[in-house]
Design a protein around this ligand. Structure first.
Ligand code: C2E
Ligand code: MG
Ligand code: MG
Ligand code: MG
Length: 285
């Protein structure tokens, strides 16, 4: 029952993206950075959770945690806008730690077969104590490592001497899952796929859209990624499926998991909890 995953009010999924009016671009960035610096202590962050379903059975397998920032001056700001700012200002480490703790803390009360995926910036991964931070989040919240998945993009492999591969191996050794996010949009050098045993490759929404429109290039790329993932023992998740047609095409192309508005928008933690209390029997019975 697809409607199960749809929240009533779409939770934190919508952004009224702040439009700069009074400030120059640089000035606006500076003011937003100052606000971002105080956002943690002012408790302006929340997490929205978007369902991920098994492509074959359409049963729920987990949620991706997506950061939401509401500021009195700027309103709701899209993470696509403030995450890069947080990365530049070196704020993404404390913010990312908060996300990790909050996501583990909220997920621990979900049914045991529902996982949570947390996005991790390269800057976080490069911190020497990143693995300890993950261990701490798990032990302090009591979440089993198998229920946590970290999402990184190809950009983590770009910095020379960052030992990203070693850090990712230590994460995997904990039993935590590892997704390669937005695959196909970046550099897509395939070398590191033979070194890091990603659990899942997430196929970017642009290919999903293209394939559903019949674009041969997109179809060929999804086919190739699925074949490669299969032979490397990795799963594939198609991102951003909005329509029945997109879902149909993705399933035909063999992606193992699907995430997108078709199955559900990002929703607040309360809506997730309510979903489990309302529908537990139907979903897991
Ligand atoms: P992402 O990790 O690739 O997350 C998926 C994005 O696609 C989310 O946008 C989600 O709301 C959106 N999406 C999902 N399904 C659909 C669909 O069917 N159609 C369309 N048009 N969009 C869909 P969101 O929440 O705005 O996040 C944007 C990006 O910001 C994320 O992309 C991720 O890179 C970053 N981000 C979000 N939360 C965090 C976080 O806690 N830490 C870090 N480092 N980055 C984050
Ligand atoms: Mg992600
Ligand atoms: Mg993505
Ligand atoms: Mg993305």
């Amino acid at each position: 029952d697809l409607a199960l995953y749809r929240s009533k009010d779409e939770g934190g999924g919508r952004h009224n993206v702040y439009e700069p009016k009074l400030h120059s671009h640089a000035e606006e960035r500076r003011v937003m950075e100052m606000a971002l610096r105080k956002a943690l202590e002012k408790d302006e962050f929340t997490l929205a959770y978007q369902p991920v379903v098994d492509a074959a059975s359409e049963s729920l397998v987990g949620f991706e945690a997506l950061l939401r920032w509401h500021n009195p001056e700027f309103g709701q700001v899209s993470p696509a806008r403030f995450i890069p700012l947080a990365e530049d200002a070196r704020l993404v480490v404390p913010i990312g730690n908060w996300v990790l703790h909050r996501a583990c803390c909220e997920a621990v009360s979900w049914p045991a077969d529902v996982r949570v995926a947390v996005n991790v910036s390269a800057e976080q991964l490069y911190e020497p104590d990143f693995v300890e931070t993950v261990v701490e989040a798990l032990s302090e919240t009591g979440l089993a490592p198998q229920r946590l998945e970290l999402e990184v993009t190809e950009s983590v492999f770009l910095r020379e001497g960052s030992r990203a591969g070693e850090t990712l191996d230590r994460i995997l050794a904990l039993g935590v899952g590892l997704s390669l996010d937005d695959f196909g949009t970046g550099y897509s050098a395939l070398g590191y796929l033979s070194k890091t045993r990603f659990t899942t490759i997430k196929v970017d929404r642009s290919f999903v859209q293209g394939a559903a429109r019949g674009m041969q290039e997109s179809i060929a790329i999804i086919r190739a990624v699925v074949a490669m993932a299969d032979s490397l023992g990795m799963a594939t998740t198609a991102e951003g499926a909005e329509t029945e047609n997109e879902v149909r095409v993705i399933r035909e192309l063999g992606c193992k998991k699907i995430q997108g508005y078709y199955y559900g928008r990002p929703m607040g933690a309360e809506d997730v909890a309510e979903m489990f209390s309302d529908h537990r029997a139907a979903m897991f019975g």
